[in-house]
Ligand binder design. Sequence first.
Ligand SMILES: CSCC[C@H](NC=O)C(=O)N[C@@H](Cc1ccccc1)C(=O)O
Length: 679
Amino acid sequence: MTAKKALFDVDALWALERLGAPSLSPDGAQAVASLSRYDMEKNQGQSSLVLLSTLGGEMRTLTHCGEKDGAPLWSPQGDLIAFVAKREQQGVKDEQPQLYVIAPDGGEARRVSQVATGIEAFKWFPDGKRIAFISWVWPGLKGAAAQARAVQAHKERKATGYVTSEALYRFWDHSIPMGRVARLHVLDIATGKTRDLFEGSDFELSRTEPDATSFDISPDGRRIVFAFDPAAEKRIDNCQALAEVDVRSGEARVLLQEDGWDFSAPAYSHAGQHLAFLASHQGLKHTAPRQLGVLDTHGNWAVLSEDWDYEVSAPLLWDEDDLGLLFCAEERGRRHLWRFDVKSCAAFVLFRGGHAASFGLEAGTLVVNHDGVQHPSRISVLEVEGDEEGLGAQWRRIETVNDKLLAGIDFGREEEVWFKGANSDGKHGDQVQMWLVYPPGFNARRKYPLMHVIHGGPHTAFGDSWHWRWNHQAFAAQGYVVACVNYHGSSSFGQAFLDSITHRWGELELQDIEAATDLLLQKPWADKRRVFATGGSYGGYMVAWMNGHVKPGRYQAYICHAGCYDWQAMFADDAYTYHAKELGAWYWDDPAKIAAQSPHAFAQHMKTPTLVIHGAMDYRVPDAQGLAYYNTLKARGVDARLLWFPDENHWILKPRNSQLWYGEFFAWLARHDKGAAKR
Ligand SMILES: CSCC[C@H](NC=O)C(=O)N[C@@H](Cc1ccccc1)C(=O)O
């Protein structure tokens, strides 16, 4: 008699540990990664570093005491592992993240930076004696001491007002640091001395969260290539160019700048003869995919993947023979790790997702961090390469994180379904993908409630991946059949499918969702008295749109998380310069066109009970959107509930708040699940 397994719930979700991106030792024998765990009592997370052997053997914990030991990178010589952390040690408490190093065989980590403005992201120089890092600094000041004084003055300021004349002044959940810009610096590991490579120049990195993919160090360590916005007025939808700075002299020159082209994620080949990068032809269309570009030493560049109808994701990693590049890219609701051959321009799947999140390659050893509907992040090493589709490849896990906890939990199975959705060309219905996740122990002869979980974007996709915030297994464990429709406009189904909704947001997506509901309600197990729709951000927009467009009673209730409700008022968001490209007009030029795509304009039809959830720190979809929607429902006498977080952004990230989120989510559905009472 096998022991009954527990159902998956939010406490189990937060009890799971989360593996970060692996960094391999130069000989490929070991990988270091961050491992995050969460404490519901303390209501916070903690990350340490773990060592994994690619040759077999148990995982070892390398660091214990950091608040958030993250972004570990093995030195090129293999003698040190560098990472970013905020710690209190050696009599100093870090106010900003600093750089630490630790020997791979353990011991105490050593702080090697004391940068008042903090360290955002870094890379090792080939000599293993220096690192290049990003820090947000006041451009007019000279030297680290001046920056430290400015940090202190800002901290002690009495006036808290934010003043700017910039077009881009906030991003996702933070204000762009007043007066500061992101710059590249060099740190000498031995002395801790730092140098601002852009000092005295107008160069700066992107103002929208530059990271380690924003720059690369040449194989000889003499130059650093970086992406930057050449426009005088920075905007979220500006195109970036590529430039290169001489590390010794600080002299910088533009390498690649083309009107209408956005360049990013530069990566030198090992021989230094080529530079790979991502290129998006924004002049053609704002949704132009990021494609693979290569520049040679004569200044000639080309897009190698223009005939490949998938979007290339950063980071780009040259194969060890410089004949190919590794990167992740989505394909029909999955995300694989690919190798792109620069000569044949053919793409081969190395790791077939599920969801390939990150990877590392050293000395012929390839590791991947991957997840899926059935499991959170894992790290595996390639043992046998498969065919060009990645079929037959043999990967071996090099950790057992979460195995004990998950062994006692029953998960539901997932199913990939294709159905005839909206016709984008007016002729015939297009094939649309949907993922179903069934309750554990699903029995087709019984009746089940149906719950749509509608993804955001709109240009993203739900698929065979593990989601920490919208966890399909947590929803299915409550007894719902969970349906995730990759509606028209979703990514990973080709450019035409993604572009099909441009200037007509809401129309085809609704047809897809409704076609899916019609299909599912024909299933013997579907209880048509117990149908619900939920969604976040653009998914929240969709459920608000449904409230104004779908006959009341079809769905018993909606849940709208951080939903776009009123596109004119959405102009308060951080991405306002994008709106006209997607909706087809500025609201002042064609208010009717904007209203025709805006849920608020259909409020007079709204009657379906809705739980509205929003975070006050959400600058992408300002919380006024959720409040306006909630107030509208209340004013109309529609049953509504508001869950508002004063300290969360677009996502709900604190453990206790997430616990509350799931609790209110399920309680709202149960409250409107009249069918459940009669079961
Ligand atoms: C940068 S424009 C918004 C596109 C972005 N898409 C994918 O991540 C996004 O933030 N989408 C939001 C919804 C939204 C759409 C348009 C303007 C503001 C917000 C989301 O679904 O997360």
